[in-house]
Design a protein around this ligand. Structure first.
Ligand code: C2E
Ligand code: CA
Ligand code: CA
Ligand code: CA
Length: 272
């Protein structure tokens, strides 16, 4: 059937070809960037809504690059496909542990579920924590709901091992997966992050507002802390606080920043 399809798919070949070529060009660039240690951890504040206190930061990978910017939504999947994701993440983590160790705040890190397939990555993270003197209980591993592996005992073992060492587990992009509620039963999550697609549309879409309300109520019932992503306005922050949502993250509180910028914000605040 494959042979037959060849001629017929001809019309698509040029663009498919271009896409493949673009990807392999990016792959080569990623390898070079890794050698130069060119990927940079940015940090976006997570705020306690009632007090306005910054309790932690989410590490978001950035790639300063000549030409058009490429976001992590693009380069992370390519790094995964090429088997470069472990190297990339361990470099980012090492730098992030060094940069944020003295901040005393939580550090949330996005981990692709594939990386937890075997215990290798988890062991590396634990070794790195010990080597860099970063407290394990300040580290949160965020796993996105869309990519969640339902099977795989070894992944669950790796997660259990991280948890015995004190690392926290968060379910990212909650509400966008196929079986959100099942995910909660499957793995021992410590927190839930409400996907920003609901939160950013809350003020114009009453249905989105009710969904967020329902998710917050659910997490309270389960006694799980909840973080709303994509808080873009003071009105949204207030509405979320009224609903009983504990934490918020979004442009209203701060964009992802390099470590130096984060520290400059504190200096500006303390000299006011
Ligand atoms: P995510 O984990 O859901 O991260 C949140 C994304 O929302 C970030 O996009 C952030 O910049 C953006 N964001 C934050 N506040 C707001 C807001 O108020 N409004 C809107 N519209 N957007 C907001 P970013 O940095 O482009 O990252 C995209 C995705 O790439 C992340 O989604 C995550 O899945 C992945 N990613 C980023 N860094 C890493 C990493 O180091 N490792 C892995 N495995 N994945 C990463
Ligand atoms: Ca995340
Ligand atoms: Ca998210
Ligand atoms: Ca996402």
């Amino acid at each position: 059937a494959k042979e037959e399809g060849r001629g017929r798919h001809c019309a698509f070949e040029p663009s498919l070809d271009a896409e493949i070529r673009r990807r392999s060009a990016i792959e080569i660039e990623i390898r070079e960037a890794l050698e130069r240690d060119a990927f940079v951890p940015f940090y976006q504040p997570v705020v306690e809504l009632r007090s306005g206190v910054v309790v932690g930061y989410e590490l978001l990978a950035r790639w300063p690059r000549h030409g058009a910017a490429i976001g992590p939504d693009q380069f992370i999947p390519i790094a995964e496909e090429c088997g470069l994701i472990d190297d990339l993440m361990l470099r980012l983590l090492r730098r992030a542990f060094r940069e944020t160790r003295d901040w005393g705040t939580m550090l949330a890190v996005n981990v692709s579920p594939n990386q937890l397939r075997d215990g290798w990555f988890a062991q590396k993270v634990l070794a790195l924590l010990a080597r860099e003197g970063f407290p394990a209980h300040k580290l949160v591993v965020e796993i996105t709901e869309n990519a969640l592996i339902t099977d795989g005992q070894s992944a669950r073992d790796a997660i259990a091992e991280l948890k015995t060492q004190g690392i926290k587990l968060a379910l990212d992009d909650f509400g966008t997966g196929y079986s959100s509620l099942q995910h909660l039963q499957m793995l021992p999550f410590d927190k839930i992050k409400i996907d920003r697609s609901f939160v950013t549309t809350m003020d114009r879409d009453p249905q989105a507002q009710r969904l967020v309300e329902a998710i917050v109520a659910l997490t309270r019932k389960l006694d799980l802390p909840v973080i709303a992503e994509g808080v873009e306005s003071a009105a949204a922050a207030r509405a979320l606080a009224v609903m009983g949502c504990t934490y918020g993250q979004g442009y209203h509180f701060g964009r992802p920043m390099a470590a130096g910028e984060v520290e400059a914000t504190w200096r500006a605040l303390s000299s006011r």
